[in-house]
Ligand binder design. Structure first.
Ligand code: HPA
Length: 261
């Protein structure tokens, strides 16, 4: 049983310098996950790593089989997931190269398979705090111990993609309180909650969002910032795993309690 899972987003397809123990290929009732799960040794613990978009970034955000990915982690015994994601900065304080530990979510995706509870018993899980507070704190403590500047909170708006946003959409997201925009936090966060898995995201701001940037947006810019940030990101994940206690002090593990009809 591996308690900690890591979902690598754009630019994070493996964990360099980390010992690979073995790869595990799984099938799930929801189909195939994004690839093989890699069991790695990190900060003295065994953890399971999965690149969200596949090892060669061949799976677009709206085509990721989020249910299969999360189900696979659950089958492997994972009860805590640290994820990474590239985002555009909406809040003027969120500049390219910055790191943010999201605390809130706005879901603007359309038509993704977003629940394990389509049939059978009806569940409405609480989502007041979409990210695990204990894991968020571990990220923040990890960043502090490394002397990294991080935004300790921020609202992530998740769009359907795969296109980037219009300037008017970003203006709208800004008005409704979003600090950053990405394409993958949902339904990942919801599915983790439905499986009673703790979930937290470290977001790397790769570009000013549409209309804030002077120029048109390019993937080249996004990937260049991810490359520049990868060393810090990997160090933060390793440090976070070393500071997080094994005891779960959050309510994520009881998400289904009093949530069923
Ligand atoms: N919008 C949506 N997703 C993103 C962006 C963006 O500007 N940058 C990186 N991922």
């Amino acid at each position: 049983m591996y308690t900690i899972g890591i979902i690598g987003g754009s630019g994070v397809y493996d964990m360099p310098g980390i010992e690979l123990v073995k790869n595990i290929t799984l099938d799930t009732p929801y189909g195939a996950p994004s690839g093989a799960y890699s069991v790695i040794k990190i900060s003295g613990r065994e953890a399971v790593f999965l690149p969200r978009h596949g090892s060669g970034h061949s799976i677009a955000p709206h085509r990721v089989n989020y249910r299969a990915n999360l189900w696979g982690f659950k089958e492997l015994g994972v009860c805590r997931i640290l994820s990474t994601g590239a985002v555009g900065g909406i809040n003027r304080l969120f500049n390219a190269g910055d790191i943010a530990i999201a605390d809130q979510l706005i879901d603007m995706t359309k038509g993704r398979e977003s629940t394990f509870y389509n049939e059978g018993k009806v569940y409405h899980v609480d989502f007041t705090s979409p990210y695990c507070p204990q894991l968020r704190q571990a990220f923040i403590d990890g960043a502090k111990s490394l002397n990294f500047h991080v935004h300790t909170r921020g609202t992530y708006v998740c769009t359907e993609g795969p296109r980037l946003e219009s300037a008017a959409e970003i203006r709208f997201y800004s008005i409704i309180g979003a600090d950053m925009v990405g394409m993958t936090a949902m339904p990942e966060a919801q599915l983790a909650r439905e499986l009673e898995i703790c979930y937290s995201t470290v977001a790397v701001i790769t570009n000013p969002a549409a209309g804030i940037a002077a120029d048109r947006l390019t993937v080249t810019e996004v990937m260049a910032t991810m490359k520049e940030s990868s060393e810090r990101l990997n160090a933060l994940i390793a440090r976070t795993i070393s500071v997080v206690t094994t005891e779960r002090r959050c309510s994520c593990g009881e998400a289904l309690k009093d949530a069923g009809m």
